[in-house]
Write a protein that binds this ligand. Sequence first.
Ligand SMILES: *Cc1c(COP(=O)(O)O)cnc(C)c1O
Length: 238
Amino acid sequence: MNPPLQQDATLLTRWNALAARIDQATEAAGRPQGSVRLLAVSKTFDAQAVAQVHANGQQAFGENYIQEGVQKIAELKHLRANLEWHCIGPVQSNKTRQVAEWFDWVQTIDRLKVAQRLNDQRPEGLPALNVCIQVNVDRGLNKSGVAVEQAHELAHEVLAMPRLRLRGLMCIPDPVDGFELQCERFERAHAIYRQWQTLADTVDTLSMGMSGDLEAAVASGSTMVRVGSALFGSRAAA
Ligand SMILES: *Cc1c(COP(=O)(O)O)cnc(C)c1O
């Protein structure tokens, strides 16, 4: 029984350190404590690791690969009521049904067709699916996310869909060195987020910041940081 106990201690230590790091960034930004949520990104780590982090008090978990996520959600069915599952990976049209049926949130909506399918496929017995629109704030050429110019139109379209609840926007800027440069991209997302907050009072989430740049994200108004490796450890190369 020693190895699992040791692993639990490591995860607890990292989770506490991460919570302190987020609190510190929040304070440095002059923002109220508790205004930044942690999404624990559990991709490539097993259901056991999720259960251990959940036992420390963590509720929200993010998965990139839909199949892998669905498997974990099923495996942890006994904890379902206390877990909040976020899909944070690309969603192809042929995967929307699984996302609509299994997840609580999807943060990667970047086109109308996917939004429409999710709206149509969200089961009646479940609350509306929480969604963030992924915006390509640094105009990376081959990357997901709707272009800044088209983001507002998509937000309005999502707002009209009864089985989706627009919560805000998500972005993954390419990694850059330096706090100022990191903030510059995050501020672009923040400006769009502020506009969307005037559209609907469901809009309360600006999902940005990861293990390497969460301080800049929090300084720029992030309300949800998505952290994997700083919590679960480094991932095996894909
Ligand atoms: C993997 C991933 C994360 C977490 O990245 P880390 O650098 O491990 O913290 C956050 N967001 C998305 C969309 C990811 O794919």
